[in-house]
Structures are given as C-alpha cells and as structure tokens.
Design a protein around this ligand. Structure first.
Ligand code: HEM
Length: 254
C-alpha cells in the first residue's frame, strides 16, 4: 500500500464516509428530495456538535473556567450562524418541487428531532420558557429535563452569583470585568443566533407551504412555531438592557 492509499484509508475510516454516504434513504422518486435529506442531516450533525460543546461548557462554567467557556460559546454562536444561513440553500428548492414530494414524508417533521430538543433543554429553555414548554418537551421525550440537571443557563447564573456582581454592574464595569462581560455577550449572541434561526425557519415554512398550512408534524405555524420566537435561553441578558436604558434616563414600557 502506498502512503497515499494509507492516508486515504485513514481518512475514510476516521470520517466514516461510507456510512455517511450510505445514509440518504430517499422515500420518493423526486430528484429534489436529496437536497432536503442532506440539509437535515447536516443540521443533525451540527446539533450533535452543539450538544457536545454545551456539555463541555457547563463543566467549564462550574469550574469558573470562563475564558475557555466563552470561546466555545462564541464558536457555538458561529455554528448557529452557519446553520441559519443553510436555510438559504433550501429556499432554492422551489416550493412546487417540495410539494411534489411532501406527501411521501407522511408525518415526518423536524419537530421529531430529539437532538434539537436536547440542545434547547441543555441550554436551559425548560427553565426560561415556562411550564408549558417544559411539559411539552417532557411529553415528547420523557426524562429529557431530568437528564440535564445543570444547564448552560443555570451554570451561567451560578457564575454570576459567585461573582457577587449584578449583570448591570458587569456591564458598567465591563473592561475591569472583561471575562464576565465577554461571557455575557457570548451567551447573548448565541441566543440571538438561535432566535434568528427560528425566525428564518418560519419564513421558509411560509414560503414552502404557506403560513396557514398544517405541518407534517400536525401543527399550525401561528399556533406553534410563531410563539417560539419569544423563547430566550438567557432572558436576564435581554432584561438588563431595559435596566440600563432606565438607569441612563431612557423610557421603557411596562
Ligand atoms: C421545506 C422545508 C421545511 C419545512 C416546510 C418545515 C416545516 C416545519 C413545520 C411546519 C414545523 C412545525 C411542526 C410541524 O407541524 O411539522 C417545523 C418544525 C421544526 N423544523 Fe422544520 N421545516 C423545514 C425544514 C427544516 C430544516 C432544514 C430543519 C433543520 C433541522 C428543520 C427543523 C425543524 C425543527 C427543529 C422543528 C421544531 C421546532 C420547535 O419545536 O420549536 N426544519 N418545521
């Protein structure tokens, strides 16, 4: 075996290209279904990386390893940004083509992505989005909340509590408190990117099937997807903006 063949062999083994390339099980004869399947698979891979990194970040925050946690959270923000931008590829699947193979999908829906829900829960959404979200997540995947007793959000809050500073105090003394300030901004940015994905996904759903249509998962956009736009992983970081606006003399509606 030449060096080149050995390298090829190692790459193929390591990356598991064969398994990856054999994982596109199309359910229709439509040539555009391939794009639909591959985009979802790429998302699932990114969800896997996000879950992996979020688990690591939780431990880093518990150990007050703020610099490294911040770096990873910033990188997660970038992954979400890339994931978000991938929707623009799917937007070039014409809705007429999509509708031609949609019946073959039956009840299959992104709603059934276990990894998406796990990422949300591990990030802390079951703490911040209210009981109805927590009950819903639990009904879909029993035990999912219990399996993440410490979340990115709760670990973050504990870091802030240990610092004996308020969030507004951190922002006011941002350069002296650069580690905490950078952590807060990384978390906010990650939250923003997730919301941006939700927003663009909804726009795409409207473009593909229409805003009043029922999804393959059985829900209606206005009733199910649109309310998810108000979800925040770190509501405190959005709220402190109001505090700062008021503290500097600005008006904030109740
Ligand atoms: C033609 C493209 C797409 C359409 C028409 C579409 C449509 C929908 C609809 C209608 C829902 C609400 C649940 C339902 O009743 O089915 C939904 C949920 C969802 N979709 Fe998509 N989707 C598309 C592409 C994608 C892609 C590429 C992803 C990437 C993973 C994705 C991930 C999700 C997730 C995670 C949910 C659950 C959201 C939540 O519970 O907050 N979808 N989708």
């Amino acid at each position: 075996m030449t060096n080149f063949e050995e390298d090829q062999f190692n790459y193929t083994e390591h990356i598991q290209t064969e398994a990856l390339l054999n994982s596109q099980k199309l359910v229709s004869p439509h040539p555009e279904e391939m794009l639909f399947v591959i985009i979802h698979q790429v998302y699932e891979l990114w969800f896997k990386q996000l879950i992996h990194d979020t688990n690591r970040c939780v431990v880093m925050l518990q150990n007050d390893d703020l610099a490294q946690a911040t770096w990873l959270i910033q990188r997660m923000g970038r992954i979400l940004k890339v994931a978000d931008s991938q929707l623009s590829i799917l937007e070039m699947l014409t809705f007429a083509d999509f509708q031609e193979f949609r019946p073959f999908l039956k009840k299959s829906s992104g709603l059934q992505s276990r990894q998406f829900r796990e990422f949300e829960v591990l990030a802390g959404l079951a703490e911040t989005a209210g009981d109805s979200y927590a009950n819903w997540a639990e009904s879909l995947w029993p035990g999912i909340i219990e399996s993440h007793p410490v979340t990115l959000h709760s670990a973050f809050i504990e870091v802030i509590e240990r610092s004996n500073l308020s969030l507004i105090g951190i922002y006011q003394s941002r350069w002296e408190q650069a580690l905490l300030f950078n952590l807060c901004e990384a978390c906010l940015e990650m939250d923003r990117m997730l919301t941006s994905w939700r927003h663009n996904h909804i726009q795409m759903v409207k473009r593909m099937i229409g805003g009043r249509a029922q999804g393959t998962g059985g829900t209606f956009v206005a009733k199910y997807l649109e309310p998810t736009l108000k979800y925040r992983i770190f509501p405190e970081l959005w709220e402190v903006r109001h505090e700062m606006t008021s503290a500097t003399g600005g008006k904030v509606a109740e």
